[in-house]
Design a protein around this ligand. Structure first.
Ligand SMILES: *[C@@H]1O[C@H](CO)[C@@H](O)[C@H](O)[C@H]1NC(C)=O
Ligand SMILES: *[C@@H]1O[C@H](CO)[C@@H](O)[C@H](O)[C@H]1NC(C)=O
Length: 270
């Protein structure tokens, strides 16, 4: 081969596959925008609740979790985005390494959560207990509990008598609240054909037996319901986990391929 054609070849031939490069770029860019959104929602929630003291009762503020997840994701996807665009090996290696780290942490948490499912349930139960205690003090918690109870057709954590944890619904004789022994409306079973919503349907049910309460509310606790839901939606749970894991694995594999291609470009293997 003469010198000229050799030079031409060097100009047009590249070890770096543009499809992989641009796919990694767009893919990281998408999640980069998404990370800004997550962090933004976290900051918004934090600012809105700045004066709220109820949040202090929780060990970890959910808004802070959003901010941390958003910032970490921002950093990682930024490395992937700019690394792919500029073919920067250092950024791509940082992307690959941190993504692998995050993936492994998630894997460990998932495996621990599976093997220590009793402890996981205890932790969830403690969270729900706090949500029940502060049901009337925090609109977010109230909406969350109402949503869970309506969606899962359940009441309380163990059963409907858990609502005694709340000052307003506490069923001791001395409680002066007008809602003594009641449960929130979100526990109520819809009455077919009823046009006017009976918001009082949960009143006094804590004094009733399970079978009597069953006539007006969902008496089963949300813990049992959640387990039942998991068992009947195993496929969905698996698909969701895969949906979380696949983009990460794809990012790790693609960035590794790109790194080796760029390295070949710098120092060809022949
Ligand atoms: C509700 O749950 C508590 C705690 O598990 C239990 O002690 C109580 O007997 C249950 N009440 C009914 C009516 O099932
Ligand atoms: C209900 O209130 C009484 C009196 O304040 C308290 O002793 C009791 O523990 C409360 N019940 C529950 C289930 O927390």
């Amino acid at each position: 081969m003469d010198r000229e054609s050799n030079l031409n070849r060097a100009e047009t031939f590249s070890f770096v596959n543009p499809w992989i490069r641009y796919f990694l770029f767009f893919f990281s860019f998408l999640f980069w925008v998404f990370s800004l959104l997550i962090a933004g929602i976290g900051v918004y929630a934090k600012v809105q609740k700045a004066t709220d003291t109820v949040r202090d009762t929780f060990l970890i503020d959910p808004a802070v979790i959003l901010i941390v997840v958003g910032v970490v994701m921002f950093f990682i996807t930024f490395c992937g985005c700019i690394g792919a665009l500029r073919e920067n090996i250092r950024l791509l290696k940082t992307f690959s390494f941190t993504l692998t780290l995050v993936f492994l942490i998630q894997l460990v948490v998932a495996v621990l959560g599976f093997f220590y499912s009793d402890q996981t349930q205890d932790a969830l139960g403690k969270f729900v207990k706090k949500a029940i205690v502060h049901y009337r003090d925090d609109l977010d918690l109230q909406n969350l509990m109402d949503y869970v109870q309506k969606e899962f057709k359940c009441c309380g954590w163990n059963n409907y008598t858990d609502w005694s944890w709340n000052l307003y619904f506490n069923c001791t004789r001395e409680n002066p609240s007008s809602e003594r022994c009641a449960v929130p409306y979100s526990c109520c079973t819809p009455v077919p054909g009823e046009t006017v919503i009976n918001t009082m349907c949960g009143f006094g049910v804590q004094t009733q037996t399970f079978l009597d309460a069953n006539k007006s509310i969902y008496p089963v606790g949300c813990a049992d319901r959640a387990v039942m839901w998991m068992e009947t939606h195993l496929l969905l749970v698996g698909a969701l986990s895969l949906g979380l894991a696949l983009p990460q694995i794809a990012g790790i594999v693609l960035s590794q391929i790109l790194i080796s291609q760029i390295q070949n470009e710098i120092a060809p293997p022949f």
